[in-house]
Design a protein around this ligand. Structure first.
Ligand code: UT7
Length: 322
């Protein structure tokens, strides 16, 4: 873990976009051997949103970006970089970020996607913070966006019930005051477990679908994440309990409760919204950030930790002084 040196980055604005179409747990009962009770008890999820027929990842990303930009008060021309964390881009190339940059008219910005599973938007934020710290960029738009609708195997009840579509965004700007600044960052990968969550076909004719070893992921996260968080906090010079608020990747209520129990922190210090959205992968932490900011859960001067995990297996954390 490194404490962040150089110029500090602050959160200047946030936004989210959730597609209209709602899919409830009971909707799965029509075509799968599952039920609402099982899904709620094992995951905490009650419903998720799915992108409309014509909506792609870049559409969701663009809509969230418009809200975040408006919230920041910045004009598109003031952006230096657009970074999108996603596992479900419209295409392998061009990047989702380039499409958003073009549609926004962010004529002075570069653009690229970050591909780190559900940790993608945290990794994208880290890249943005680093670019600001070293003086390369002043204003960075970071987006987490996913459309899993087309990459799920809707016959795989252990996987398809988990995921949903959505997007969240934030604008990072160079912090002129001492308040509002990221102070620590840590990204980790255990690539020996790369086969836990994948999107790859068996052969050229095989459609690419999300495959997940749910139990392995569950076990890995419950053992590795508490240690990762404790180490992160220790290196940053505080205990997990000295963090005022936690912005988390939303995968499973049981995971959040289990990890918090292991680090000795009350879940009252976080916002859990996965009952409404399911796991929106790289979008989930950004959607949660927007909801936490807009509902006043993050107050000036508080210490806020961001934590995500996902395919790779990847883990990531950031510390922010609001
Ligand atoms: O962003 C990271 C993404 N991934 C994750 O976070 C996933 C982490 N893993 C999990 O959240 C959990 O492992 C799952 C929710 C995926 C599964 O929950 P579980 O409590 O670990 O269940 P299980 O896989 O051990 O399955 C228990 C039983 C099995 O039946 P048998 O073999 O005991 O008869 C499954 O076949 O539940 C069955 N099952 C289901 N039953 C009803 C699996 N999926 C379903 C379902 N409805 N949707």
């Amino acid at each position: 873990m490194k404490l962040i040196d150089g110029r500090f980055a602050m959160i200047a604005g946030t936004g989210k976009y959730i597609p209209e179409r709602v899919m409830k747990n009971s909707d799965f009962e029509k075509f799968l051997d599952t039920n609402d009770k099982w899904i709620v008890e094992r995951t905490g999820i009650k419903e998720r949103h799915l992108a409309g027929e014509d909506e792609k990842c870049s559409d969701l990303a663009f809509n969230a970006a418009v809200f975040a930009l408006k919230d920041s008060g910045l004009a598109p021309e003031e952006l230096d970089m657009v970074i999108v964390g996603t596992c479900s881009p419209d295409s392998a190339f061009p990047s989702v970020a380039s499409k958003v940059q073009g549609r926004l008219g962010a004529v002075n910005a570069g653009a690229f996607d970050v591909h780190a599973g559900c940790t993608g938007s945290l990794a994208a934020m880290s890249a943005g913070i680093a670019g600001i710290a070293c003086g390369m960029w002043d204003n960075v738009l970071v987006i987490g966006a996913e459309v899993f609708r087309d990459i799920l195997d809707w016959t795989d009840r252990g996987t398809c019930i988990l995921f949903g579509d959505g997007a969240g965004a934030c604008v990072l700007s160079v912090s002129s005051e001492k308040k509002g600044r990221f102070t620590a960052s840590k990204l980790m990968s255990d690539g020996t477990k790369h086969n836990y969550i994948t999107l790859e076909g068996e052969n050229r004719d095989d459609p690419h679908k999300v495959r997940m070893k749910g139990n392995d992921v569950f076990r890995f996260v419950n053992t590795a994440l508490p240690v990762f968080i404790k180490d992160f906090c220790q290196d940053a010079g505080l205990t997990p309990n000295q963090v005022d608020f936690w912005v988390l990747h939303q995968a499973n209520t049981r995971i959040i409760e289990g990890v918090f129990k292991r680090i000795g922190v009350s879940t009252e210090k976080t916002l859990i919204n996965l009952e409404n959205y399911g796991n929106t992968s790289a979008a989930s932490m950004m959607i949660t950030l927007d909801e936490a900011m807009k509902s006043g859960r993050i107050r000036s001067g508080e210490k806020v930790a961001f934590v995500a995990f996902g395919a790779g297996m990847t883990l990531g954390a950031l510390l922010y002084e609001a």
